[in-house]
Write a protein that binds this ligand. Structure first.
Ligand SMILES: [Zn+2]
Ligand SMILES: [Zn+2]
Length: 261
């Protein structure tokens, strides 16, 4: 008998249902791609449910029950972030029979070549469009969107508080100077796809993070969203080296890791 997380008992945590970044680590599932499950004062939010999110919720110990979700947020429509978005909306709403929860996503997740299927759009209580520099709320979870990131599709980073600690989620982007202002948080979760920046590719790297951290100085930085080159470089060692060089706490996320806040 698997014990389920009782939202009354276990509150204020972030669980990494996946730490893969970009295509090949996701396709080969060298790291999982389930997104982040956040509990904020009893409100449950899932961010970026990539492929396998539903399976990793069910396999999670203690189990995470998607019908307990209050919101699902997409930072952008790329598959490694949105692969399971439809099934997670269906799971949140108990197969569409219980109209509940809010879905937050950029406009291009719904238009053109949409990742959120039309027949599923009536299932949640509402769908809210994420725009730049706005504040949103679902239950106890309040978050701010960043300015638009530099990435091939409409992408926003997020900032929120859990139990009085501010958390930044620096999702896919090319490095740009304004990132430092938005991501000045107690805890910074940074997607680092490559060890070194690659000119012409709109992704954030460990090298970019190294340049950003001295002006942001988070109490804790968590590396995630690893591409192949990052896995080869060993994220745990990279985190240790960065930590030593900058005299800041830096750790590498692992699949299933829980951060209690
Ligand atoms: Zn990505
Ligand atoms: Zn992306």
């Amino acid at each position: 008998m698997v014990k389920e997380i009782d939202p009354e008992q276990t509150v204020n945590f972030i669980k990494f249902l996946g730490t893969s970044g970009a295509r090949f680590v996701m396709i080969r599932q060298l790291r999982h791609s389930g997104g982040l499950w956040i509990n904020c004062g009893g409100t449950n939010v899932l961010i970026d449910p990539g492929p396998g999110s539903l399976v990793y919720c069910a396999k999670s110990r203690p189990k995470l029950d998607p019908s307990k979700l209050d919101a699902i947020i997409l930072t952008h429509r790329h598959l490694d972030h949105s692969g399971d978005i439809n099934v997670m909306i269906e799971a949140m709403t108990e197969g569409g029979f219980k109209k509940k929860g809010i879905v937050f996503c950029p406009e291009d997740a719904l238009s053109g070549d949409p990742v959120i299927l039309r027949y599923i759009r009536d299932f949640p209580e509402k769908i809210e469009i994420i725009k730049a520099d706005q504040k949103y709320k679902a239950g106890n979870f309040v978050f701010e969107s960043s300015q638009r990131h530099i990435h091939p599709v409409e992408t926003y980073g997020l900032k929120f508080s859990v139990n009085g600690k501010t958390v930044g989620l620096l999702t896919d982007t090319r490095n740009f100077v304004q990132l430092a202002r938005f991501y000045s948080t107690d805890i910074l979760i940074a997607g680092v796809v490559f060890p070194e920046s690659r000119p012409g590719i709109d992704h954030f790297s460990l090298e970019d993070l190294k340049a950003l951290l001295p002006s942001v100085k988070p109490a804790k930085t968590i590396l995630t969203h690893f591409g192949m080159a990052m896995l080869k470089a060993n994220p745990r060692l990279c985190a240790q080296n960065l930590s030593r060089e900058l005299n800041l706490e830096v750790i590498a996320a692992t699949d299933g890791m829980v951060l209690q806040l």
